[in-house]
Design a protein around this ligand. Structure first.
Ligand code: HDE
Length: 696
């Protein structure tokens, strides 16, 4: 375990609950904590009961203000290691030596909903990383979209007010489908590019372990000679980038509101540590104006086809927090927590963030000493002249001003060079004005780029999302105005959405360009093609062929996936061989949306499944959501009777069809071909070329 981890544990374990009797905050042993001190058995409680008052007072103050945005989150510790020295473009100490592991804390979050809202809402996800480097803390406070909704931070309160629940009734929770957001969006076209991402399946990550992260802004690397290089940061998950579909995401909100945070927690507890690759897009300073957009405009991305993403290191998350409040709730990120070798730019969104994050922690964490909290404390030595204040826990000695002679002049400023942070001497000149640069004017080209980079099914999901969101907007004026904006991105997009929400189709010329960046599609290969950590349900009933289940379980767990046997009730079912077989979960407690694929083994049990509405719904929904379905022996007949296809007489997937339905009707034990085809179908994640089934 690294020193850093030990430090934190020591801090948290300062109260040892098993070490002796219950005490007050002052350390006095308490005799009894179940009844308050009263004047007589039935008498009033006495003010003198210091234990009662202290207990209630502390409880009354257990909550701190939740984050104004990104209130709901989940965190994890881990480490980062570079693949090789990055000295060529940055002097940052933690990016020099592959042998050096830098501890990290990461917090993933949703944006709109309060702390107790559901995980799988349609929303941007935060991806904030604190690197505890030897030269101080570096925070990369990113999102899972590479672009943001506004260009200048002064619009952030407007945007967030419009996005948050409506002020009169505090509705909706964790959702953007309401009038104020779309009113704002339809009047502020700079939002459109990020809105396209928000309406895509990127806003519904299958797992925090399967989503990308982006620094969004253009930052600056600085090398030892002081040379600057513009940089965009990308996190790529090792497990690939995968999403839910809207119907699933909505059902998850009821079935398991903690779907994403539970998934992260469970993976780390199981020792299958989430891993992400850090990549950078590097742009020489001389190329600052080489793009048809402004590098300082956070509503734009640099297509990977134009500037490739260069992998520079990897991050592994290998430890869950011990106390949610102390760590995940109290962690305080700040875009201006930078280290030598990493610098900021004049992006007006970033400039606003550099003010906002420090400011918000003051009210959230109750004063200026939050950097002393264990989760925020740097591993680098801290020597400042900052003193006192709420919750000060350091025992400062020596001089507290500079210059001084009484303290031997210490702590002295480091001077330029060495390990001091020296701001990049970017040249600035201008007339004071409140004006947006002309280079920030084009709001449609990249929204169109995103749209034209999508596959057919991704486009279909986007249209459906717009129809859902705008269909919930009461004002028809806002609906029409939003559709007019969409038509500026792509006329057919506007027409399709208009048709679904009952407003006149927009007219007017085709506008923005039709160029595409294939890397923006979810189908673009990233990470490993693997079924590692995937959850697969086997539907079982009395009479199930348990040999088949055991064989497939072995094969799937060999590939790193988890197979769970699900029956109408918990406990046991009787296998075809007459022996009891242990059930993992009862159907009424689960749902297909909590699994990545389903398998129907053979045996006489399939007759019971065919008569069980819960089992049939499980199968139909798995299929309808595009996930892999496998069947052996009589299980194949059940799929056929439901019209789910696959050729029941031949093993493997029909290549002409390739719908992710894998059957082997003749199987007594699963063949190698069947296992390989089923694993491949699960690894593909979704099969969108299926004819949609009519539910019911
Ligand atoms: Fe944030 N943002 N933000 N944001 N943001 C906060 O800081 C803000 C923006 C992001 O897990 C707040 O500690 C302004 C972009 C994440 O603790 C606050 C602007 C990106 C998190 C704040 C932005 C982000 C926050 C609320 C526009 C992606 C959660 C609580 C100028 C690159 C961090 C807090 C965590 C949190 C302000 C825009 C990401 C109020 C003013 C762009 C991941 O300071």
């Amino acid at each position: 375990m690294s020193d850093h981890k030990q430090d934190q544990r020591a801090a948290f374990r300062s109260d040892d609950p098993a070490g002796g009797p219950l005490t007050t905050d002052q350390g006095t042993t308490v005799d009894h904590t179940d009844d308050s001190l009263k004047a007589g058995e039935r008498g009033p409680t006495l003010l003198e009961d210091f234990h009662f008052r202290e207990k209630l007072t502390h409880f009354d103050h257990e909550r701190i203000p939740e984050r104004v945005v990104h209130a709901r989150g989940a965190g994890a510790y881990g480490y980062f290691e570079p693949y090789a020295s990055c000295a060529e473009f940055t002097r940052a100490a933690f990016l020099q030596d592959p042998a050096v592991r830098t501890p990290v804390f990461v917090r993933f979050s949703t944006v709109q909903g309060p702390r107790g809202s559901a995980d799988t809402v349609r929303d941007v996800r935060g991806f904030a990383t604190k690197f505890y480097t030897s030269e101080g803390n570096y925070d990369l406070v990113g999102n899972n979209f590479p672009v943001f909704f506004i260009q200048d931070g002064i619009k952030f309160p407007d945007f967030v007010h419009a996005l948050k629940p409506e002020p009169h009734n505090d509705i909706p929770t964790g959702a953007s489908a309401h009038d104020t957001l779309w009113d704002f969006v339809s009047l502020q076209p700079e939002t459109l590019h990020a809105i396209m991402w928000l309406m895509s399946d990127r806003a519904l990550p299958r797992s925090y372990r399967m989503m990308q992260g982006f620094g969004v802004h253009t930052f600056r690397f600085v090398d030892a000679a002081g040379r600057g290089t513009f940089v965009k940061f990308h996190w790529t998950p090792k497990l690939g980038v995968h999403s839910l579909v809207w119907d699933e995401a909505q059902e998850c909100q009821g079935r398991d509101p903690d779907f994403n945070r539970r998934d992260l927690w469970d993976a780390i507890e199981a020792g299958v540590y989430p891993e992400y690759e850090l990549g950078v897009q590097l742009i020489p300073e001389d190329d600052e104006f080489a793009f048809d957009f402004d590098l300082l405009d956070a509503t734009k991305l640099i297509p990977e086809e134009q500037v490739p993403v260069r992998p520079i290191g990897r991050m592994v998350l290998d430890r869950n927090p011990e106390n949610f409040f102390a760590e995940t709730e109290q962690v305080a990120f700040h875009t201006a927590n930078v280290v030598p070798g990493i610098d900021l730019t004049d992006d007006p969104l970033l400039q606003a963030r550099n003010f906002s994050y420090l400011d918000t922690q003051l009210s959230r964490l109750g004063g200026p000493n939050f950097a002393q909290l264990p989760v925020n404390r740097p591993v680098a030595a801290v020597r400042t002249n900052q003193r006192d204040g709420m919750h000060q826990s350091a025992l400062h000695g020596g001089a507290n001003y500079s210059p001084n002679s009484l303290g031997g002049g210490c702590p002295m400023a480091g001077g330029s060079g060495g390990s001091s942070y020296t701001h990049y001497p970017a040249r600035v000149e201008g007339t004071k004005m409140r004006r947006r640069s002309e280079t920030f004017r084009d709001h449609y080209s990249q929204a169109a780029l995103f749209w034209h980079s999508m596959t057919n099914w991704e486009q279909r999901h986007i249209v459906e999302a717009f129809r859902f969101e705008l269909g919930k907007v009461e004002s028809r004026m806002i609906r029409s105005r939003a559709v007019a904006e969409l038509a500026m991105v792509d006329r057919m997009l506007g027409v399709e959405v208009a048709r679904g929400i009952g407003v006149p189709a927009p007219t007017g010329p085709e506008t923005a360009s039709k160029s595409a960046s294939p890397a923006l599609s979810l189908t673009h290969p990233r990470g490993d093609r693997t079924i590692r950590t995937r959850r697969i349900a086997a539907l079982v009933a009395d009479g199930v062929d348990t040999r088949q289940v055991a064989a497939i379980q072995e094969a799937l767990s060999g590939a790193g996936a988890v197979l769970e046997a699900i029956a109408a009730h918990d406990g046991e079912v009787t296998g075809a061989d007459g022996r009891p077989y242990l059930v993992d979960r009862a159907l009424p407690t689960v749902s297909s949306v909590l699994y990545d694929a389903v398998l129907v083994p053979g045996g006489t049990g399939t007759a019971s499944l065919a008569a069980d509405p819960d089992a049939l719904r499980f199968l139909r929904d798995t299929h309808r959501h595009g996930k892999a379905v496998g069947a052996l022996g009589t299980g194949a007949d059940l799929l056929n009777s439901l019209g789910m296809g696959g050729d029941a007489t031949s093993p493997g997937v029909d290549p002409a069809d390739s719908r992710g339905v894998v059957v082997d009707a003749a199987a007594t034990v699963p063949s190698m071909e069947f296992v390989a085809a089923f694993i491949e179908a699960v690894a593909a994640h979704r099969h969108w070329n299926r004819t949609p089934l009519v539910a019911g």
